[in-house]
Write a protein that binds this ligand. Structure first.
Ligand SMILES: Nc1ncnc2c1ncn2[C@@H]1O[C@H](COP(=O)(O)OP(=O)(O)OP(=O)(O)O)[C@@H](O)[C@H]1O
Ligand SMILES: [Mg+2]
Ligand SMILES: [Zn+2]
Length: 499
């Protein structure tokens, strides 16, 4: 049987370790200067090199011909350790029952001199799993360690380790590997193979900083297509959708395009994508938008690839950071609850519609004529407006045409306009109303670039020049159109309004 990639590609020298520079440098120096400590704790996320570095360390202190702190990997000791057959390098899995027994007789065993090498090295993995009793036993040995013994403890959860133990160890942190570091290693692994760069990029993004996970995904993809890897394969292996799709979906939400949202969602679910996974990916997409809108470029994106950045930048500009954060939180929250749902599709649909600008869902599908918009407002406010604008001509303004043309010119401006209601168009002034939920849209439209585009289109469509008044409306005027939309979409009986 062929060795799994991640095992075949286990680093055998400090120089082969990806990332973890500070840790590696400190350890190499300690070995080179003959100043190794008797106890180390390697702490950090899974698959970042803790066990690998522990074994390199074990070789380095036992090697017959070490060179500048590195093991030679050629002498008998090095080879036996690599094989896992060296008697003086003892690996204990603290998560297993046997591991606990092994810790219990540690105190006697450590007194016995090394049988084959210079130093006995105990590598205790998952050390946070030890029982209190086992911790006590370990502590006793750490308090009075024989000179010929070295301990390397490894854990993903150092906060679970008693401080009495921590204080007797030199502690080294292992960090998540960056996307770039992971891609670099994957490239090395595939060599000259036929692999789409976007595929490696996608793997790195989904590996969460773990090189072991990244190699695992790559392995599955390589098997799938006999050595070739495409981005689509990665998506299939992971059961996820690509960021182009996520961008389309988020675009529909932004534009209040209910039909678009439902169609895109349906497509993915029909293709067998997992709803929970999809929500997770969506949450990450919004998280990336939040990062773009607050910190800006230069931060690592979780799901958005370089190709998709231009559109993502535009999308990020369409929400306030508060709204982006709310979207991330909402989706995270839902992702936890989806597991318990027997019909995740509806939960997901409702969540996405809920993220639409409150009144936008309906308006964007079919822009109301000013007459309709006026009719939707309470009679009292209509009467007030009639008094204020006696010359008002209802129903004649070609707003739908204006929207059409704006959309053609700049999608983002169109989306900002989507929740607007035409309140009036007289005296050379077009008055657009925004409910308080769309303050952000209103403010964005007031910026020169957007404003000028709208004015230009108004002139093109009507043949005369206008000025624009962007009005904040009272909260009541947006009615309950989200509930209405939900009822239309899900059916009357499925929608329950909770106050
Ligand atoms: N920093 C790294 N440099 C090179 N390869 C790495 C690194 N981290 C992980 N790998 C790869 O992942 C595999 C697993 O790494 P390792 O067992 O050292 O991780 P770990 O930190 O001990 O993880 P866990 O906490 O799950 O035990 C290695 O065999 C190697 O292929
Ligand atoms: Mg490990
Ligand atoms: Zn050697």
């Amino acid at each position: 049987m062929q060795l799994a990639l991640y095992r075949y590609w286990r680093p055998q020298r400090f120089a082969e370790v990806v990332g973890q520079e500070t840790t590696v440098r400190a350890l190499v120096n300690a070995v080179a200067q003959g100043r190794v400590s008797h106890a180390y704790l390697f702490s950090g996320p899974r698959g970042t090199g803790k066990t690998s570095v522990a074994k390199i360390m074990a070789k380095a202190v036992n090697c017959e011909a070490p060179w500048e702190g590195e093991p030679c990997n050629a002498c008998w000791c090095c080879r036996e350790i690599t094989r896992g057959a060296f008697m003086d390098v003892i690996e204990i899995d603290a998560a297993s029952n046997r591991g606990i027994d092994e810790i219990r007789d540690l105190r006697e065993k450590v007194r016995i001199m090394p049988a084959q090498g210079k130093k006995k090295v105990y590598i205790i993995d998952e050390v946070h799993m030890l029982t209190q009793e086992a911790f006590n036993a370990l502590l006793k040995t750490l308090e009075e360690p024989p000179a010929s013994v070295m301990f390397i403890l490894a854990t993903t959860e150092s906060h679970k380790i008693p401080s009495t133990i921590l204080s007797r160890c030199q502690i080294y942190g292992f960090r998540r590997l960056s996307g770039e570091e992971i891609v670099g290693r994957l490239q090395q692994v595939v060599g000259q193979g036929s692999v789409e760069p976007a595929a490696l990029d996608a793997i790195a993004r989904r590996a969460g900083g773990s090189l072991r996970d990244a190699l695992g995904i790559l392995d599955q993809c390589l098997v799938l297509r006999n050595g070739e890897v495409r981005k689509q394969d990665v998506m299939d292996v992971l059961g996820i959708v690509d960021d182009g799709y996520l961008g389309d979906l988020v675009g529909c939400v932004a534009a209040g395009d209910v039909r678009g949202v439902l169609t895109l969602l349906g497509r993915a679910l029909d293709e067998g994508k997992d709803a929970q996974q999809l929500v997770r990916e969506l949450a990450l997409y919004w998280r990336d938008l939040l990062v773009l809108s607050t910190v800006g470029e230069g931060m690592e994106m979780a799901v958005i690839s370089t190709d998709s950045l231009p559109r993502a930048r535009e999308q990020a500009a369409m929400w306030s950071s508060t709204a982006l954060l709310a979207a991330v939180e909402k989706l995270m929250d839902i992702s936890g609850r989806l597991r318990l749902q027997d019909n995740p599709r509806y939960v997901l649909e409702a969540a996405l519609l809920g993220l639409m600008p409150v009144a936008g869902g309906r308006e964007a599908l079919r822009m109301p004529t000013p007459g309709e918009a006026a009719a939707r407002r309470p009679a009292a406010s209509r009467a007030r407006e009639a008094r204020e604008n006696p010359a008002r001509e209802e129903g004649a303004f070609p707003w739908a045409q204006v929207m059409q043309r704006v959309k053609h010119k700049r999608v983002t401006t169109h989306a900002l306009l989507a929740p607007a209601q035409v309140l009036g168009s007289e005296g050379g002034v077009v008055r657009l109303g925004f409910s308080p939920a769309f303050t952000f849209h209103r403010e964005k439209l007031a910026e020169r670039e957007n404003r000028e585009l709208v004015l230009q289109v108004l002139e093109e469509v009507t043949g005369s020049r206008w000025s624009l008044e962007l009005v904040q409306m009272a909260p009541e005027s947006n009615g309950n159109s989200l509930v209405q939309t939900a009822k239309e979409v899900f059916g009357e009986d499925r929608v329950e309004v909770k106050e």
